[in-house]
Design a protein around this ligand. Structure first.
Ligand SMILES: [Zn+2]
Length: 81
């Protein structure tokens, strides 16, 4: 388990703890992915879902199948940024 050091008093803090148990200073979690990374993961998941439905719809012969592939690809690319 990774430990971080309190920047105020130097106490070792468990990585999942949000505040220092000794002095109460808020601790940043270094192993947590930044929000933008989590967001791009969701974009990718949504893109895969939309693209999969678009392919199924295209094979099924619906008119909206090919049109639906575009937002799916766009979301996938957005998630890769
Ligand atoms: Zn502290």
């Amino acid at each position: 388990m990774a430990l971080s050091i309190c920047t105020k008093c130097g106490t070792e803090i468990a990585a999942r703890t949000s505040a220092c148990p000794s002095c109460g200073k808020a601790v940043e979690a270094p192993d947590d992915a930044p929000p933008i990374r989590k967001l791009s993961g969701k974009f990718q998941a949504a893109g895969v879902l939309i693209l999969a439905s678009a392919i199924v719809a295209t094979v099924a012969g619906t008119w909206w199948g090919p049109a639906m592939a575009f937002p799916g690809v766009a979301l996938l690319l957005l998630g890769r940024l």
